[in-house]
Design a protein around this ligand. Structure first.
Ligand code: UDP
Length: 264
């Protein structure tokens, strides 16, 4: 890359209690490329979705971390619709699981290696194998399951550093993965890009099925997952509340915009 300055000037939109970046997939990809080429620290990518609007504010430290994240992907249709209603912005959905593949491809193109941390041992191992097959030439410099004990964490950090990987995927679920990043980011010597990927490895290993294309195209992936994993109702029951709050916020925003409009 020729331009070594950070030209990432997308807007960060506030959606109720959280935020999302006004980026499309291509811009998000360029941003990661910039991180790999120019950053001198482990930058972090989180997926922004409606559930986080309710879970994150409970943890002050993580909330602050999230607000200052390096990239907040418009992961689900909920955030895309909210951005349209509140800000009138037409965001492209950038699902974290798909962006994960973009980053892996970028790793191959730029000769970087990756480290995969998270999920149960058999899931991690299988997902790594599937990934190697899917993305030819991908260098998986190291991997670890997500059930490392606190007193073994030092060893894990050493392994990540010794692997030389510049890209780290953390699949511990939320908020564990955010907390791990907050605790260990300053100890990561070579990592320049950290993506928190939640249950992506389960999908990759085939334990959890992604919705067929037609469901994704109709923006009903969340419904498909709910049908397949009814226990997700616990997390998804906040969605109607989110929708209601977004509508209120959109109305409030419009009223305020009108009031503020200079009268001539
Ligand atoms: N997990 C882990 N260590 C833990 C707790 C969870 O590695 O201490 C893994 C778990 O095995 C699963 C993932 O984290 O693979 C959580 O997936 P989930 O779908 O809940 O994450 P989300 O995308 O919803 O945040």
């Amino acid at each position: 890359m020729e331009n070594k300055t950070d030209t990432f000037n997308s807007k960060r939109l506030s959606i109720l209690n959280i935020w999302v970046d006004d980026v499309n997939r291509c811009q998000a990809r360029s941003r990661v490329q910039w991180m790999l080429e120019c950053s001198d620290r482990a930058q972090v990518i989180f997926a922004s979705n409606p559930e986080k609007n309710f879970s994150l504010p409970k943890y002050k430290d993580l909330y602050h971390l999230y607000q200052n994240a390096d990239l907040l992907l418009p992961d689900g249709i909920g955030m895309v619709l909210a951005a349209r209603l509140i800000h009138g912005r037409h965001l492209e959905r950038v699902p974290g699981v798909e962006f994960f593949f973009d980053i892996c491809k970028l790793a191959v193109e730029t000769n970087r290696s990756i480290f995969i941390y998270g999920s149960r041992e058999e899931v991690n191992e299988r997902a790594s194998r599937v990934l190697s097959k899917k993305i030819q030439g991908l260098d998986i410099a190291g991997r670890s399951n997500g059930y490392v004990k606190e007193n073994e964490m030092e060893g894990l950090v050493n392994n990540i550093n010794q692997s030389g990987a510049q890209i780290l995927f953390i699949a511990l679920g939320s908020p564990k993965q955010e907390r791990w990043y907050a605790t260990y980011r300053s100890r990561l010597k070579h990592v320049r890009v950290c993506q928190c990927i939640g249950g992506t490895l389960d999908t990759l290993a085939g334990n959890v099925k992604r919705a067929p294309d037609i469901w994704c195209r109709m923006n009903l992936e969340w419904l498909y997952r709910l049908i397949k994993e009814p226990k997700r109702i616990k997390r998804q029951r906040v969605l109607p509340i989110f929708a209601f709050m977004v509508l209120l916020e959109a109305i409030r925003y419009r009223i305020h915009t009108r009031v503020d409009f200079p009268m001539t």
